[in-house]
Design a protein around this ligand. Structure first.
Ligand code: G6P
Length: 608
């Protein structure tokens, strides 16, 4: 995925670039580098490892200069190494940073090698630097060379380019990968997202696919894919900067777990009033679209996919229309059947996940309409969908998604209500559901009070290598999300099963070294789940149960129970998620892993 940042200013830019990279580390963190133009020369510094390694190198070897580009990498082509770290150069006078994937880099590389270019890295990016140089050799200007190069590239990219002969210009271009321009006063910036630039500006310009922009300190020129000069709107960042700071918390993930009561308020704000959903929150065209929906197709990745699975239970139960859910990386590549009246619902924290975006683009012309539920206003998914609903969770920095998931669930319940209105969900039921949602801030606050007992429980997992999560019905996707959280940040192999499937295979794995975590709310499936838990106990498995019902499940030898406060049943998936987040968090802390930036992962996966 990688993060890129660039700056042109009257002041030295190295500090701005480093801070920007720190804020982009969620996109990848296996190496980092920067190139700064100073007194007619490009100085480049690259280090393997996190941005801090680059910051340390900058202390030893300060880079002066008012124009620069920088990069934090998540390796796709070529292992993490200093050679493969960006920026990449062609000769001494041209430097490039790139986010995305150049799919046809191999033939391009062969051609360039035949023409005498020497490659110093295994990356796809280096072809961009040499292609630019080749076009410059043909006498083109740098902007023309960039346009010409773009026509040769297949795949997705966001680029930052500087040239030693153009000390007043920072060039950028995007196609399929995210990039924003930060608009300053007498200085301008580029970055993979707005967060990276919040210390220097709160005004942003979003580029369209195929755009090239030329940034100078006091002007920005944008050319569209046809080479025509265009204006792109400047918007002001909506969230408080505070959300991007860790404050008193040890990790962003813990902070974001604790923010959830407030986030529940934010996602409901302006969307409900007097026991009713305000449908306009989805956009002015939403009502007309909802009127015609006959089924829903949800597409998402990772944690967002789990939220989609919860919505399937809700939509089929409360609306009574079919709802299909599929991971985007599968959906986009198969000939999907989309019956008439299908609403395509994409779910994404970032709104930039490559597979989700591609899935949307693939079928948008074949569906009734597209709805994006997303946490980032102005993201590609939002811009390219017919209607959208923001989850208003604020920036999520921890790679493991927490508040984004619970806020997606609330947004999905609001969507369920909107659709239900057309399919016999009465006013009373709507009012009952909304009254339940309005209890969430208080309920989640009560759940946070379980942090101590959950931390104590986490000690049982520190030495374990595997774990099984069980849930039934709408709590099955919650069990999946619990398992994903544990594996992402503690590196314990964890799988989730619908509890009824236990005897069809996974029971063979159960012994004293396989902790089994169960989510057991007070619902119609409780007795069946209890029977499944007996099956585990009978095989010597140790049980860790989050129970919604004091009377029915009691602790005993080998059975650890944490009781959740009473709550309306519809809130179960949201409420039972929070203790599982805390459990994973505490296990990871005990194991000493990098909680906010787990190995091999990245927050925003803008490559497929
Ligand atoms: C990455 C993140 C996950 C996230 C997934 C989908 O893998 O590490 O936490 O769930 O991408 O991201 P999205 O932004 O589309 O929700």
């Amino acid at each position: 995925m990688c993060g890129i940042v660039g700056a042109i200013a009257a002041r030295p830019v190295a500090g701005i670039l480093l801070e920007g990279l720190r804020r982009l580390e969620y996109r990848g963190y296996d190496s980092a580098g920067m190139a700064v133009l100073d007194q007619g020369q490009i100085s480049r510094l690259r280090r393997i490892g996190k941005v801090q390694a680059l910051a340390d190198a900058c202390e030893q070897q300060p880079l002066a200069g008012h124009l620069g580009i920088a990069h934090t990498r998540w390796a796709t082509h070529g292992k993490p190494s200093e050679q493969n770290a960006h920026p990449h150069m062609s000769g001494e006078r041209l430097a490039v940073v790139h986010n995305g994937i150049i799919e046809n880099f191999e033939p391009l590389k062969r051609d360039l090698q035949q023409q005498g270019y020497t490659f110093t890295s295994e990356t796809d990016t280096e072809v961009v630097a040499h292609l630019l140089d080749q076009e410059l050799q043909h006498g083109l200007t740098l902007v023309e060379a960039l346009r010409q190069t773009m026509t040769q590239l297949e795949g997705a990219f966001a680029l930052g380019v500087i040239h030693a002969d153009l000390p007043e210009q920072l060039l950028t271009a995007r196609k399929g990968s995210p990039l924003v321009i930060g608009v300053g006063i007498g200085e301008n910036f580029i970055a993979s997202d707005q967060l990276a630039l919040l210390p220097v500006t709160d005004r942003f310009m979003f580029l369209e696919d195929g755009d090239i922009a030329v940034l100078e300190a006091d002007q920005i020129r944008v050319l569209d894919a046809q080479g025509q000069a265009v204006e792109r709107a400047v918007t002001t960042f909506e969230h408080g900067q505070a959300s991007a700071e860790k404050g008193e918390f040890r990790h962003f993930m813990l902070k974001e777990i604790y923010e959830q009561p407030r986030v529940m308020q934010a996602v409901l704000e302006g969307r409900v009033a007097s026991g009713h959903l305000l449908e306009q929150a989805f956009g002015s065209e939403a009502s007309a679209i909802f009127d015609q929906v006959k089924q829903v197709q949800i597409v998402a990745c990772g944690t967002s996919y789990h939220a989609g699975m919860v919505a399937k239970y809700w939509i089929e139960e409360l609306v009574g229309i079919p709802c299909m859910v599929e991971v985007a990386s599968e959906f986009r590549y198969r000939p999907v059947v989309l019956p008439e009246g299908t609403l395509l619902l994409t779910l994404s924290q970032s709104g930039e996940t490559a597979d989700s975006l591609a899935a949307l683009r693939e079928v948008k012309d074949r569906v009734l309409a597209t709805l994006a539920i997303c946490n980032v206003p102005g993201s590609s998914l939002v811009r390219e969908s017919d209607i959208s609903l923001m989850t208003n969770a604020g920036p999520e920095i921890g790679v493991a998604s927490t508040k984004a998931f619970t806020s997606q669930l609330v947004a999905l319940m609001l969507t369920t209500i909107a659709l239900g209105r057309r399919h016999g969900l009465g006013r009373d039921k709507e009012a009952e559901l909304i009254a339940a949602l309005e209890q969430l801030p208080v309920l989640l606050q009560q759940l946070l009070a379980l942090d101590g007992p959950i931390e104590a429980m986490s000690a049982h997992f520190a030495e374990k290598h595997h774990a099984l999560f069980l849930g039934r019905n709408v709590l099955y996707p919650v069990a999946m999300e619990g398992a994903l959280k544990l594996k992402e940040i503690s590196y314990i192999h964890a799988e989730a099963y619908p509890a009824g499937e236990l005897k069809h295979g996974p029971l063979a794995l159960v012994d004293k070294d396989m902790p089994v975590i169960a989510v057991a709310p007070r619902n119609g499936m409780l007795d069946k789940l209890k029977a499944n838990l007996q099956e585990v106990r009978a095989r010597g498995g140790e049980l860790f149960v989050f129970a919604g019902c004091e009377e029915s499940i009691q602790p005993e030898e080998g059975v650890h129970v944490i009781h959740l406060p009473a709550m309306p049943q519809v809130l179960d998936p949201i409420a039972f998620t929070l203790p599982l987040q805390l459990l994973s968090y505490h296990v990871a802390v005990l194991k000493g892993t990098d909680v906010d930036q787990p190995r091999n992962l990245a927050k925003s996966v803008t490559v497929e």
